[in-house]
Design a protein around this ligand. Sequence first.
Ligand code: ADP
Length: 262
Amino acid sequence: MGADRFTMGVDVGSTASKCLILKDGREIVSSAAIPAGTGTSGPGRAVAAALGEAGLAREDMAFVVATGYGRNTFKEADAVVSELSCHAVGAHAAFPEARTVIDIGGQDAKVLRLGADGKLENFVMNDKCAAGTGRFLEVMARVLELDVSELEAHDAAAKSAVSISSTCTVFAESEVISQLAANADIDAVVAGIHDSVAVRTASLVRRLGLLEPVAMTGGVAMNGGVRRALEQALGVKLLVSPLCQLNGAYGAALWGWNKIKE
Ligand code: ADP
């Protein structure tokens, strides 16, 4: 039996940097997500953290693949692969049955259609407007003096949801501020924020057509409030892995494995 072969996926995102190390294309040996994206120390820190956790060095990697919005800024990669390809590979590995993948990151939202074999058949994307992305949630969390990780609990406690009619992040922020000035319940405001993200995402999904089963990936999939609102808006149960934010890095590491196997 030959020595273990490790591949690394590095997802240089707009908002967060993710790194994942795979052994022989099967076993995830370590991973890291650092809340600092392209143009920051984030990518280097994510790589160092994943290598450190695995007790490995860059030289131990048989193949390193960079992906994500800032993929071309990561110079230590053996290959640079588009986000869409990596997300498709990662999501198909996590959920082989998934035919639709909703990925919401810090700066964009994408919906991917996969064939039964996992091949990317079609996609739609919103990368023009912050509404319906992680950035929208970050802006709203800041107004509410909350961390994005705290939004889920407020959503779960909500007995109702305020309606946020604006589709523009800046106007929606003003709406939230006026709700707060009118003493609206914070939980209901948070639920309204999540409903607003879900409405935007559902319209993106409908442009492609809803084909089940549906998986959700990206950092925003960690927010149970968005998952709740999206499941209601689409009328489906979402497949979500604990590695949802690492999906692009996972797909990149798998892409590297498939490459060296050839
Ligand atoms: P990108 O790849 O564009 O950098 P990610 O897929 O990493 O983006 O997602 C970043 C987004 O994930 C943030 O904007 C934020 O809304 C969300 N997020 C990050 N951490 C958490 C958390 N602990 N709980 C809920 N949401 C989170």
